[in-house]
Ligand binder design. Structure first.
Ligand SMILES: [Fe+2]
Ligand SMILES: [Fe+2]
Length: 331
C-alpha cells in the first residue's frame, strides 16, 4: 500500500519505541490492505489520525451550521405538516453533528476544542451553507440537491477504514435519504402548482445547482490530498467521479419534477461512460471557503449566539455530573 511509503518512522525513537512503531505500522498496513477497519485503540500513523480528525470535524461542523438556512424557514413553513417535517429534518442534522463530534473525539480531540475552533472561525465547514435560503422552494432545492449530493458523497464513506466514522455514516445516510425525498416532494408539489410556484421551484434549483456540484470539492487535478485518502481507504471515489454520478442521478430526477437543470452542457460521454457538466466557478468556491461568501459572517455569528445561549445547559449538566460523582464516592 502507498501508506507504507508515505509514513516513515521518526529516527529519534529508542530501539524499543522504534520496534513498537514498526509493528504498529505493519499492523496498520495489513488492516488497510485487507480493507478491514482501524479502531480507536489501534496504532495509526499520525498523518492518518490528523486527516481523519480534520475531515470528521469539518463534517460535524457542516451538519450543525447546515441547520441554519433551514431553521430560518421553520416558522414560515406553509402548513403544519411541512413545519413538522422540516423540524424533524433540522433535528436530524443536529444528531448527525453529534454522532460525528463523538467519532472525532475518539481521535483524541475534545468537543470543546472543536467548537472553540469553529466559533473562532478557524475551522472549515461545507461552503454550501454560506448561501442564503431566500424562498420556501429553497427548502425543496436544499433537500433534493444538497442532501442528494451529501448522500452521493457519504454512502461510500460507510466503508471508510476508520470504524467510528464508517458506523456513524451508516446511520446518517439512512436519514439523508429521507431528507432528499422530502426536498424532492416539496419541489414536485410546487412544480405542479401555479405558474408562480413552478417558477419559484425553478429559481431555487437554478441557484443551488452549481454550489451543490461544488460540494464534491475541487477537480481531481486540484485536490492534492485525495490520493492519500484513497490509499488509506477513507475516500473510495475521486471528487470528479462522485460529481459525475450525481449529475447522472439529477438529470433523470429533474425530468420527473418537470423542471430543468441550469446547465446546457450536461451530457453522457459514451467514450468515458461518465456524465459531464458545464464549467463551475472555482474562484467563487475558494472565496466562499475563505470566508467571503454571502452568509459566512452571519452563520458564525448565529453559531456564537447559540453557543452562548446554551452556556447554562452545559453548566447545569456539569453540575449534575459533579453531584452524581460525589454521591457515588460517598456511597
Ligand atoms: Fe446531515
Ligand atoms: Fe441532511
Amino acid at each position: 500500500m502507498a501508506s507504507q511509503n508515505l509514513q516513515s518512522v521518526p529516527p529519534e525513537l529508542s530501539p524499543d519505541e522504534r520496534e513498537r512503531e514498526q509493528a504498529g505500522q505493519a499492523y496498520f498496513d495489513r488492516i488497510i490492505s485487507e480493507d478491514s477497519r482501524i479502531e480507536p485503540r489501534d496504532w495509526m500513523p499520525e498523518a492518518y489520525r490528523k486527516t481523519l480528525l480534520r475531515q470528521i470535524s469539518q463534517h460535524a461542523h457542516s451538519e450543525i451550521i447546515g441547520m441554519q438556512p433551514e431553521a430560518n424557514w421553520i416558522t414560515r413553513a406553509p402548513s403544519l405538516k411541512r413545519k413538522a417535517i422540516l423540524m424533524a429534518k433540522v433535528q436530524d442534522e443536529a444528531g448527525h453533528g453529534l454522532y460525528l463530534y463523538s467519532a472525532a473525539e475518539t481521535l483524541g480531540q475534545s468537543r470543546d476544542k472543536m467548537m472553540d475552533d469553529l466559533i473562532a472561525g478557524k475551522a472549515r465547514y461545507s461552503s454550501i451553507f454560506n448561501y442564503p435560503a431566500i424562498s420556501w422552494a429553497d427548502m425543496g432545492a436544499i433537500g433534493w440537491l444538497v442532501d442528494g449530493a451529501a448522500i452521493c458523497n457519504q454512502v461510500p464513506l460507510c466503508r471508510a477504514s476508520y470504524g467510528p466514522y464508517g458506523r456513524a455514516m451508516v446511520r446518517i445516510c439512512k436519514e439523508e435519504s429521507f431528507h432528499q425525498r422530502q426536498g424532492f416532494e416539496i419541489l414536485l408539489e410546487l412544480s405542479n402548482g401555479t405558474e408562480a410556484q413552478k417558477q419559484m421551484a425553478q429559481d431555487a434549483v437554478n441557484r443551488w445547482y452549481a454550489p451543490a456540484l461544488m460540494m464534491f470539492g475541487p477537480p481531481d487535478d486540484d485536490s492534492p490530498n485525495s490520493k492519500q485518502s484513497m490509499a488509506w481507504n477513507i475516500k473510495r471515489f475521486s471528487n470528479d467521479e462522485l460529481r459525475s454520478r450525481f449529475v447522472g442521478m439529477m438529470v433523470e430526477q429533474v425530468k420527473v419534477l418537470g423542471l430543468t437543470l441550469p446547465d446546457d452542457q450536461v451530457r453522457f460521454n459514451e467514450e468515458t461512460k461518465k456524465w459531464e457538466h458545464g464549467p463551475l466557478d472555482w474562484n467563487e468556491f475558494k472565496d466562499v471557503l475563505a470566508g467571503r461568501g454571502p452568509c459566512n459572517a452571519q452563520r458564525l455569528e448565529r453559531r456564537r449566539e447559540a453557543h452562548d445561549d446554551g452556556a447554562w445547559v452545559r453548566e447545569a449538566a456539569a453540575e449534575y455530573a459533579r453531584k452524581q460523582a460525589e454521591k457515588e464516592y460517598a456511597a
